[in-house]
Design a protein around this ligand. Structure first.
Ligand SMILES: C[S@@+](CC[C@H](N)C(=O)[O-])C[C@H]1O[C@@H](n2cnc3c(N)ncnc32)[C@H](O)[C@@H]1O
Length: 290
């Protein structure tokens, strides 16, 4: 935001006419905001056969286990200051970023009319090294941190122990279908996680996460819904035997369909910029099970 602040006019009485240079800056700013409004749809395969699904899922698991072994904190926020050689000096900044994320979550819940005192159990899906679970544990009675990567969970558990936090449990997931075995929660929260799964896996994750929301409870999930020039086909995807961090999208229409089919009502959709790339449109969806 600091970068853009210089383009924005200072706050002033709305009856004043903007100066010409302010008008140009504002027009540029709105062009940027609306940059994807005339975009064509992305061509995306969102359903695959079970064997293809298993191969895609195995690749996600392999990639994240490796990333967690090599440089766990950096894999969560890919800023060099969080590389393993720097993390002892920057751990406070790392958790401060989590504070900002949870602040946005709490504000969204309040706008949706949630009574926060009634939200007791929270699932932090794709908890990584516990950056968000630690903050969530201060606001809610019980946090369940779930992740596909054993190496991230190891780091998370050691962090919770060193901070003396006792209201976080963790659970390792080996397949998307195992989500059904997790307990239902008043809030299912997942940011910067689903985007690292190919669209067919992302779609299934979303559907299963909806099933873990208690009656009256909430789902808050971040998903990139558009990327300039992106398309997805599992055939060509599986030709590349990559194990580097993947970034995918799920079209907004599919997100709405999955959430509605699972019996939840959408309460809010906000831009969140979590993909850190202007080619992407990333959004946070807040939904509630009635
Ligand atoms: C970028 S990190 C984000 C961690 C945490 N949400 C945060 O914001 O600090 C992504 C995490 O999601 C996990 N993850 C990715 N795909 C997953 C899946 N299909 N099931 C469970 N965890 C997954 C990875 O192992 C990794 O720990």
């Amino acid at each position: 935001m600091n970068f853009f602040k210089k383009f924005l006019p200072a706050p002033r009485n709305s009856r004043e006419t903007p100066q010409p240079d302010e008008q140009v800056a504002l027009a540029d700013f709105f062009d940027l905001l609306m940059r994807h409004s005339e975009a064509p749809p992305n061509e995306i395969e969102t359903e695959v056969d079970p064997d293809t699904f298993a191969r895609l899922q195995a690749r996600v698991e392999r990639t994240w286990s490796r990333l967690g072994e090599e440089d766990a904190h950096w894999s969560v926020i890919t800023d060099n200051k969080f590389r393993k050689e720097n993390i002892d000096d920057t751990l406070t900044d790392f958790f401060d970023m989590g504070e900002g994320d949870v602040k946005r979550l709490l504000a969204a819940l309040q706008r949706a009319g949630a009574q926060l005192s009634r939200v007791r159990s929270v699932m932090d899906f794709g908890c990584g090294v516990g950056r968000l679970s630690v903050i969530l544990s201060r606001h809610f009675d019980k946090v369940i941190g779930v992740d596909i990567s054993a190496s991230h969970l190891r780091e998370a558990n050691s962090c919770f122990r060193s901070l003396g936090i006792e209201n976080i449990q963790t659970s390792r997931l080996t397949s998307v279908s195992e989500i059904e075995t997790l307990q239902k929660c008043d809030l299912v929260y997942s940011i910067i996680v689903l985007q690292h799964n190919p669209p067919p896996v992302m779609r299934e994750l979303l559907s299963r996460l909806c099933s873990r929301v208690e009656r009256g409870g909430f789902l808050y999930v971040q998903i990139p819904t558009y990327k300039v020039g992106y398309s997805y086909s599992s055939d060509s995807d599986l030709l590349e035997n990559t194990d580097s961090m993947e970034m995918h999208i799920l079209p907004q229409k599919v997100v709405f369909d999955v959430i509605e089919k699972a019996g939840l009502s959408i309460r809010e959709v906000v831009e969140d910029g979590a993909a850190w790339n202007l080619d992407f449109r990333s959004q946070a969806f807040l939904a509630q099970r009635k």
